[in-house]
Design a protein around this ligand. Sequence first.
Ligand SMILES: [Zn+2]
Length: 164
Amino acid sequence: MSFHLTETDIWSLLEQVKDPEIPVLSIVDLGVLREVKFKEGVFDISITPTYTGCPAMNVIEEEIKALLERNNVPCSVHLILSPAWTTDWMTESGKQKLKAYGIAPPQEEGISLNDLFGSPSNIVCPLCNSTHTELISQFGSTACKSLYKCLDCKEPFDYFKCHR
Ligand SMILES: [Zn+2]
């Protein structure tokens, strides 16, 4: 069966593997899936971890293997650590899904006085699109996110930190 599958088929199949912390985002949305190469009868899959500190990577690797095994696809998975993952690799549709999920997607952070202290300003509230927001905590529900509060709709929200 695997001989009829192309590398493109594997990319589509791997859309089913979601980030364990953000179940609306697939590893394709995140830009974690880097390469699929068919060689010597095996699909070689390269992934780059989002953050070295994120424990999610083992889970993702196991899920890829389990999914492909279920589909009788022989595969090997390996990690590429360099170049390091950046939020720039997140797809536009990934950012839209993140926002719909209630997490502010990573955004270009302008240079302001706030940036010197590591808290980017003008993060857009995913609920009401206000830029009138403030940083509550550098660390939200996970280290990848920080916690903001919208000063207009008064709701707290997670911001997926820009990372490069
Ligand atoms: Zn708001």
